[in-house]
Design a protein around this ligand. Structure first.
Ligand code: PXG
Length: 287
């Protein structure tokens, strides 16, 4: 496996960054998780836009244009001969001293691209649906660390993930600081009630799979809304599913011990899964 580091392909064993890198010291950087399907990188430009937006707010000046970074992603996939892949693009502030001050980072930002294969959840969960819980850790308050930033600081999500796995679950709902449903630790959430899709409008990452689902719903004349959602509405929904690059679309059939609908993946969920699968095979940057 070859890893892209700042324009060079390095063997996995030799692929290293400095311990003085502020990404390592402070989680000071941005990342994207992207997938390719049959030699097409799904929503690559949308992922690039989000990466550059995160970097802009963090005031990290990515030393490549979006076009150059797109080429680097594609080159890394070709170098590794991958047809279907999970792609991790990481940009850190670069090397500095042991202080927080970003102005003391002397190096340029480090850019790393790792391409690999992953399946997030066991295949049977896509047929049966998964059971999740709500965890005590609240999603970051937007004016402290906005959940829309896909930064290298993922401790908020990791704490929630620990709570989920301590209780025997692989994914969990996180509420926002007001108690509304925000998202899951690494996925966005949707509910379906009377044929209408709803997803939280606030307190969450602007997921690219989420946006693709909203677009697919629009194209198929399925009503969809972004709004405040309470746990009660999740418990009493007809259907529930999660979206994410790694997870794709996965049905949820139980939340905090309450069965959702009839306790099986619902018709709208299955339809969205089919539409999404078709889209991933048609759309995307070819290589
Ligand atoms: N919310 C959060 C907090 C995420 O991290 C999503 C939603 C889904 O967004 P996209 O754009 O992928 O549809 C994510 C992204 C993992 C893992 O190991 C998951 C993500 C990122 C990195 C690792 O579960 N999900």
């Amino acid at each position: 496996m070859k890893i892209y580091i700042n324009g060079r392909f390095i063997d996995r064993k030799e692929a290293k960054v400095s311990v003085f890198d502020h990404g390592f010291l402070y989680g000071d950087g941005a990342f994207e998780g992207i997938r390719s399907y049959n030699r097409r990188v799904f929503k690559l430009n949308e992922h690039m836009d989000r990466l550059y937006e995160t970097a802009h707010t963090l005031m990290i000046d990515i030393p490549l244009t979006k076009k150059e970074l797109v080429k680097a992603v594609v080159d890394t996939l070709k170098e590794n001969g991958l047809k279907d892949a999970y792609i991790r693009v990481i940009v850190t502030r670069g090397e500095g001293d042991l202080g927080l001050d970003p102005r003391k980072c002397y190096g340029r930002p480090n850019i790393v691209i790792i391409t690999d294969k992953i399946t997030l959840y066991p295949g049977e969960l896509y047929n049966k649906g998964m059971e999740i819980i709500t965890v005590p850790t609240v999603r970051n308050y937007p004016e402290a660390l906005n959940p829309r930033l896909k930064s290298l600081n993922y401790l908020n999500n990791i704490l929630a993930k620990i709570e989920a796995s301590n209780s025997g679950y692989c994914e969990a709902i996180m509420l926002d600081h007001q108690g509304f449903v925000a998202e899951c630790t690494g996925d966005n959430i949707f509910i379906v009630q009377h044929g209408v899709l709803s997803t939280p409008s606030q307190g969450r990452l602007q997921g690219i799979t989420r946006d693709a689902v909203l677009q697919l719903a629009k194209n198929s004349k399925i009503a969809a809304e972004e709004r405040f959602i309470t746990r009660h509405e999740v418990y009493t929904a007809d259907e529930c599913f999660l979206t994410g690059t790694a997870a794709e679309i996965i049905p949820v059939v139980k939340v905090d011990g309450r069965s959702i609908g009839d306790g099986k993946p619902g018709a709208v969920t299955l339809k969205m899964m089919r539409l999404f699968r078709t889209l991933t095979r048609q759309d995307g940057v070819k290589y």
